[in-house]
Write a protein that binds this ligand. Structure first.
Ligand SMILES: Cc1ncc(COP(=O)(O)O)c(C=O)c1O
Length: 382
């Protein structure tokens, strides 16, 4: 086939491949995907139904519906401490479209993109599709925190931007205040663009977290991508947004309007309920339950001998399987074959992380306990 050359560099997601492989096992418990188990908050669902009943089924303005933008800006201010204006936001089809549009807008052929690793596998294919070159910045040596020192090893005059994922997928690590301040100072000095992927920043178990959008010195060259997928259990609704300087938003709009025209009108309308007290109550329940799962799973796995950072955000554990005498690929494969528990091999998050496995704990606590008991049985049988 005579197709786009960049496409040949792109592989399908190993997370999805392994998840599909695991589906064949009887009674399998899946701790594979970042798919929250909760329903979307009830006020948001009610608004979507209202939108359909009222025939809100037309194209919205490219940038997003005015009422939605007001609601999302209020949400950003009240829940995330972010003060952005009406011409500094774009409603997108999940954060995935926000990332797509941003990389399409920033990259010229050969531009280098710094990506801290281990890494969410959604970035590299986009960088490659738009002619960029991925340069990984290893974080494992610094307890999975991104440091200026690690960036200095990879930055070159061709570096166009960096993607900072905080809280992180797959590690669940969030930056400490001190480290974040140092990082911001350094990034402001470099003058490269910063893409802050903050999709997990409502699922936080520490008081130390702060969005990069709250640092004035980064503002001009910062693009924040976010969505309601994880925070409001809305993965299937495909709704997100990006925040950036006004002149940057105008440029980002060019790609956005020709890719998708606008985000879905019904979903946007539903977001008018995002600031409802009941919506926030339901979000708080989710975070409370994730924290319970994190505490239980972390303590359990540490007792079994796994080594991992204690996550302060998101809903993943990234653990080394080294102690059990095999790499993450073998561990995950044998675990699902012998005990019907599906987790993701670390190699899905870049080749360097073969010794790890990722476990997603956004499931029911009782189910998680059963899965962990099975992991214990597997480990004890070795
Ligand atoms: C770090 C990170 N960024 C972005 C996304 C994409 O999410 P969405 O497009 O649903 O907002 C995900 C999904 O798992 C993710 O883990």
């Amino acid at each position: 086939m005579n197709l786009n050359n960049h496409l040949s560099e792109v592989k399908t997601s190993k997370i999805r491949q392994f998840d599909a492989y695991c589906s064949q096992f009887k009674d399998v418990i899946k701790l594979t995907l970042g798919q929250p188990l909760f329903p979307t908050p009830s006020p948001v669902k009610a608004k979507a139904i209202e939108a359909i009943d009222k025939n809100i089924t037309y194209y919205t303005p490219n940038i997003g519906a005015a009422e939605t933008i007001d609601a999302v800006l209020k949400y950003c201010k009240e829940q995330l401490g972010l003060a952005y204006g009406k011409d500094e936001i774009l409603m997108t089809v999940g954060s995935t479209e926000a990332l797509t549009v941003t990389l399409r807008t920033l990259l010229n052929d050969g531009d280098e993109v710094l990506i801290p690793a281990p890494v969410y596998p959604g970035y590299e294919p986009l960088v490659k599709l738009y002619g960029g070159v991925v340069k990984y910045v290893d974080t494992a040596a610094d307890n999975f925190e991104l440091t200026p020192e690690a960036i200095k090893k990879q930055i070159t005059p061709r570096t166009k931007c960096i993607i900072v994922t905080d809280p992180n997928n797959p590690t669940g690590v969030t930056m400490s205040r001190q480290n974040r301040d140092r990082l911001v100072d350094y990034l402001a000095e470099t003058g490269i663009y910063v893409i802050a992927d903050e999709v997990y920043n409502r699922i936080i178990y520490t008081g130390d977290y702060r969005s990069l959008g709250t640092y004035d010195k980064l503002r001009k060259r910062l693009i924040i991508v976010n969505s309601f997928s994880k925070s409001h259990s809305m993965t299937g609704w495909r709704i997100g947004f990006l925040l950036a300087d006004q002149s940057m938003v105008q440029e980002l709009m060019k790609s956005h309007q020709y890719y998708v025209t606008a985000a879905c009108s019904v979903t946007q309308y539903a977001l008018q309920a995002v600031n409802d007290v009941q919506t926030e109550k339901e979000v708080a329940v989710m975070v409370h339950d994730y924290r319970e799962c994190r505490d239980y799973a972390y303590d359990f796995l540490v007792k079994l001998g796994f080594v991992m950072p204690k996550p302060e955000g998101a809903f993943y554990l990234f653990a080394s399987a080294e102690k059990f005498g095999m790499d993450g690929d073998e561990f995950a494969k044998r675990l699902v074959e012998q005990q019907s528990v599906a987790i993701i091999p670390g190699s899905a998050f870049s080749d360097e992380y073969k010794k790890y496995v990722r476990l997603s704990y956004c499931v029911d606590l009782d189910l998680l306990k059963t899965a962990l008991d099975r992991i214990k049985k597997f480990v004890e049988s070795l």
